[in-house]
Design a protein around this ligand. Structure first.
Ligand code: WQD
Length: 335
């Protein structure tokens, strides 16, 4: 029985596919390369020495998606497909709602048709909006999202809750990622956003690599230890392993819908990240203090206790690993 990975050529999807293959799982990937590259598929094979089936399709294309279910015995679906750039989502709300929400609905309808009821959803801490308490637990209030990307995640979570209420034979895990960073230790796969990076770590590594002139620190007047924004950065391989644990839970436990924060439980500021990167790599990161970025919040980090208790999962990798693995990746793709 195969695991269907949508968006499996993307950043989180490719790292999770590596872990699935390492566990001896049969994998089917679908991807339309909207925010990923075909060569990632070869890199996954190079890392794992394993093969998998691949379909270049858009998950919105119901006819093509049904063909995947016709041709493969799918046991469960991990849904990574979706646009994820906060700033871009503000400029293109219709594209984000269509791709992320309609895509998820077409996927879930197709699963229903083929009686595939195990679903793992790539959600985000952004659904908490301005967190009511820190560290954030899963029962913290959600809502108040400040951009269509975050709102699309919130809507899909609501769709999943309503779906489960209508049919409790579904087995659903909603995984709320904090800030994914880093890359596989081989340096063969990593985060390669198209164009100028929106996120902090990809920006830092490109400044260190001389590809960008300097980092703009978006505000140093927040109510944090050094005035700059604090986030819960989690290594993408730890995140990937969290998906394996969630799959194992769906395979052995009673039916249900489960929500987990996937974070380290530790918050680092922007300047902490700059300093950690310089210490971990010996590279200089030029920066200037700039004004705040609209929509940013001061502090966001998780209480990851529930995932530890119920999934037997906790992040293992250090901030040094995150910095060194990110740096190794950019060095490889620069060549
Ligand atoms: C982190 C910190 C910025 C860039 C978003 C989404 C989340 C996830 C990750 C997709 C903040 C500061 C950043 C820069 C800076 N999305 N910063 N200069 O906004 O916490 O989360 O991206 O996977 O769902 O909400 O991440 O990396 O953009 O920002 O000072 O050039 O770094 O202000 O404090 P964010 P980020």
């Amino acid at each position: 029985m195969a695991i269907l990975v949508t968006g499996g050529a993307g950043y989180i999807g490719s790292h999770t596919t590596v872990e699935l293959l390492n566990e001896g799982r049969e994998v089917v990937i679908i991807d339309n390369f909207a925010n990923s590259k075909p060569e990632v598929l070869d890199k996954i094979k190079e890392i794992t020495k394993k093969d998998f089936k691949f379909y270049q399709i858009d998950y919105l294309d119901k006819e093509k998606l049904e063909k995947v279910f016709e041709e493969n015995k799918i046991e469960a679906v991990m849904n990574f497909a979706g646009y994820k750039a906060v700033g871009e989502s503000v400029k293109k709300p219709l594209e984000y709602y269509e791709n992320n929400i309609s895509g998820a609905i077409v996927l879930l309808q197709t699963m229903q048709k083929y009686n595939v009821k195990k679903f793992i959803f790539s959600s985000s801490a952004t659904v908490y909006g301005e967190p009511e308490t820190i560290p954030i637990t899963e029962n913290c209030k959600t809502g108040g999202t400040t951009n269509p990307y975050g709102t699309s995640k919130l809507f899909i979570e609501q769709i999943l809750q309503d779906l489960y209420k209508s049919d409790s034979t579904w087995d659903i895990a909603i995984l709320r990622y904090f800030n994914p960073v880093g890359a596989h230790k081989s340096g063969l796969i990593g985060e390669e956003p198209q164009g100028i990076p929106n996120n902090l770590m990809p920006y830092i590594v490109r400044v260190a690599a001389g590809q960008l002139e300097q980092l703009s620190v978006f505000g140093n007047d927040y109510d944090t230890h050094d005035g700059t924004g604090v986030r819960d950065y989690i290594h993408v391989v730890d995140l990937a392993k969290g998906h394996i644990k969630a799959l194992e839970k769906l395979e052995k436990e009673e039916k249900g819908i489960f929500v987990y924060n996937l974070g380290t439980g530790v918050g680092y500021s922007v300047l902490d990240m700059v300093k950690a990167f310089e210490e971990a790599t010996g590279e200089k990161v030029k920066y200037k203090i700039d004004c705040r970025r609209p929509g940013d919040i001061a502090i966001c980090y998780s209480n990851p206790k529930k995932a530890k208790q119920e999934l037997g999962w906790e992040a293992q990798k250090t901030l040094k690993d995150m910095c060194q693995d990110s740096w190794r990746y950019i060095q490889k793709i620069k060549k």
